[in-house]
Design a protein around this ligand. Structure first.
Ligand SMILES: Nc1ncnc2c1ncn2[C@@H]1O[C@H](COP(=O)(O)OP(=O)(O)OP(=O)(O)O)[C@@H](O)[C@H]1O
Ligand SMILES: [Mg+2]
Length: 259
């Protein structure tokens, strides 16, 4: 059965789109899963910008206005097994969008992917709630600070009310500063498990400038390793970091293809 995982947060700018782009790439390229990533943040869509897709003739917007079918809005990305459903970057394409159609539309992808990742809007507005409703499971993204963690508490309650299974928290942009909340503090506050910590890593910003997910741009960077490990955890597979020997083996065509 296709898993539909919503990537959501209470607070904006905590790394949802970055996570969707990187988990999608990691699951498709490293773990060989068929993946579709969907930009459900209709009003402030960014996913296509992160992937260098500036124009798509049909987007999720047209699907949610009833003008197009979901399969017309699926695009190949240059990573094998990974497909993208972008939202429009144009203000005029917001007219007539009905987010209450999202669940129905996403269900139609069940034949097309092993995993569908939904990039949500922040907070608890209509778009975010429609994304939660369309998901079977939800991964919350937070930073190690009180405001973003507190907002997750409300989102968690809503997820339980909607019968959407919470997978836990991915704590992003983690540094080693004493003023940051620890994993234990985040878990105590939120009553959720922190299933991954992704460090603050300048390579994420470098990769953004090149419109390439960091797991492709620099698979050995600290953030990439964390994303690759989390992707494995989500599907019950263990991420084995490359060693010098495995890199040589890959060079000669043995072993796993990296992201
Ligand atoms: N681990 C990281 N290290 C460094 N920078 C990061 C990291 N994760 C995300 N960023 C940067 O933080 C910024 C916000 O990330 P992103 O757009 O993914 O957040 P978002 O939650 O999707 O935001 P919004 O709520 O607006 O949709 C981006 O510039 C991104 O490159
Ligand atoms: Mg975003």
């Amino acid at each position: 059965m296709t898993r539909v995982i919503g990537i959501l947060s209470g607070k904006g700018g905590v790394g949802k789109t970055t996570t969707v782009a990187n988990l999608g790439t990691a699951l498709a390229s490293y773990y060989k899963k068929k993946v579709i990533i969907v930009d459900c943040n209709i009003t402030t869509s960014h996913l296509s910008l992160y992937l260098g897709m500036y124009y798509s003739p049909v987007t999720l917007n047209q699907v949610l206005t009833g003008k197009s079918k979901i399969h017309e809005a699926i695009y190949d990305y240059h990573v094998p097994n990974l497909k993208v459903i972008p939202a429009s970057l144009s203000l005029k394409d917001l007219r007539g969008v009905d987010v209450s159609r999202l669940s129905r539309v996403i269900k139609k992808l069940s034949e097309d992917a092993d995993i569908v990742l939904l990039d949500g809007a922040p907070g608890m507005g209509r778009e975010a709630m429609a994304t939660m409703r369309a998901s079977n499971e939800v991964l919350f993204i937070s930073t190690p600070f009180v405001p973003s963690t507190m907002d997750i508490i409300k989102c968690h309650q809503v997820a339980l009310e909607m019968n959407t299974k919470p997978l836990g928290i991915m704590l992003n942009m983690v540094g080693k500063e004493r003023y940051e909340l620890s994993v234990q503090e985040v878990e105590q506050l939120s009553e959720l498990n922190v299933i991954s910590t992704v460090p603050m890593d300048k390579n994420v910003l470098r990769s953004l400038a090149l419109k390439t997910p960091v797991v492709s741009f620099d698979p050995e960077s600290p953030a990439s390793r964390a994303f690759l490990e989390l992707a494995g955890k989500l599907i019950g597979e263990k991420y084995v970091p490359e060693t010098f020997l495995s890199r040589i083996a890959r060079f000669f065509g043995f072993g796993r293809t990296r992201a």
